[in-house]
Write a new protein. Structure first.
Length: 372
């Protein structure tokens, strides 16, 4: 174990390390707080409460153990940072707990909390996530900075203002040069996420979902969870759409499917995706492009993801989606992610929230790995 003498460390830096849970840049990269004592100035004035730090790779043998069930829940137990000025992050996680866009069972408003709690399982000690199949350590603390910005404010029953709050938060994340990772909420929250990219470079949208979500307007509703892909393709900055996992009945009619295809969408069912295989599936998506990925948890089979409002049998399993996303992260530049429709009240074993958290953690790790 390597330690630093407390006298060699400026208090501001110590506080930064304490606040971030680790230091990711500069000469102290990788250092963490190992033990806590009072730090005093030469005159004896108390200046802080930290002393030794360590960059021990795993740091399980000193300081706090911080098991997954200990402490306050943030995404992956990364630092909670509501102030954009303090983000300085590669990825900013944002909750969008709005579910008034649902057409059957509501409950996705509790999705961000459930996914955050489940994600603590993958807080990975202190050393990142070693994948023995890939031979890669993902999410190394000194290389990838992730913060949890908390939730966009939600105004009950008020879709437009709730969406504006989500759009504002995502715009702030983009303004700081970070990649937004948004946890819904129902799929309507994708609409403000895509709107926030309006002033950014164009994107190809990749949707993983059981449902097409391509309703134009019905009874005046334009911003429900059956509308987001239609709203996205209306935007100039969305250059194309690939819809994967689509199956069974949904609120989109035959005409909606025709509209989607006429507007350039590539619609692929679970069975078609399996017939193509990973390589051919990836080849259908523009190469060396910028992507936004929206994942509806109901793309997965209800046998592993029951906790959602509109489950549909015949869905994907975990590695089918992870391996596709792994390939997509290598194929181009994923600039934004949302994962929606986790509704914990129907998630009796908690496996849906764990699936969501595991997928997001691994997707973030792969995006970061391909950027470095
Ligand atoms: Mn959806």
């Amino acid at each position: 174990m390597q330690t630093l003498d407390d006298a060699t460390v400026e208090l501001a830096r110590v506080q930064e390390i304490a606040r971030c849970g680790g230091y990711h840049k500069g000469p102290l990269a990788g250092f963490r707080i190992a033990s806590w004592v009072h730090l005093r100035s030469g005159s004896g004035r108390k200046m802080g409460t930290v002393q030794a730090m360590t960059n021990n790779e795993h740091a399980y043998d000193s300081g706090r153990l911080d098991l997954p069930f200990v402490g306050i829940c943030t995404f992956g137990k990364y630092p909670y940072e509501p102030d954009p000025a303090e983000w300085n992050a590669d990825f900013v996680v944002l909750g969008a707990p709005y579910d008034c866009g649902t057409q059957w069972r509501s409950g996705a408003r509790l999705g961000p909390r459930a996914v955050r709690e489940a994600s603590t399982l993958f807080s990975f000690g202190h050393a990142g996530a070693y994948d023995h199949e890939d031979g890669v350590v993902y999410l190394e603390a000194d290389k990838v900075r992730i913060v949890d910005a908390g939730d966009a404010d939600i105004v009950h029953t008020d879709t437009l203002n709730s969406h504006l709050n989500i759009e504002g938060a995502v715009s702030q994340i983009l303004g700081q040069g970070s990649i937004p990772v948004v946890i819904g909420g129902d799929h309507s929250v994708n609409i403000p996420c895509i709107n926030a990219f309006r002033d950014q470079a164009p994107l190809h949208l990749v949707q993983i979902d059981a449902h097409l979500d391509f309703v134009d307007v019905r009874h005046g509703v334009r911003y429900g969870h059956g509308n987001p892909m239609r709203r996205a393709l209306e935007q100039d900055h969305v250059t194309g759409l690939t819809q994967i996992g689509i199956r069974n009945v949904s609120s989109t009619t035959r005409e909606g499917y025709a509209d989607a295809r006429n507007l350039g969408s590539d619609i692929i069912s679970v069975r078609q995706a399996r017939r193509f295989g990973r390589r051919r599936l990836l080849e259908r998506i523009p190469a060396s492009s910028d992507y936004y990925v929206t994942i509806d948890i109901d793309a997965f089979d209800p046998s592993i993801a029951s906790g959602t409002g509109t489950p549909s049998h015949g869905g994907f399993l975990y590695y089918e989606v992870l391996e596709f996303l792994d390939g997509l992260a290598a194929r181009g530049n994923i600039r934004g992610v949302d994962l929606v429709e986790v509704a914990p009240d129907y998630d009796l074993s908690g496996s849906t929230a764990i699936l969501a958290a595991q997928l997001l953690m691994n997707l973030i790790g792969r995006i970061a790995h391909n950027r470095s």
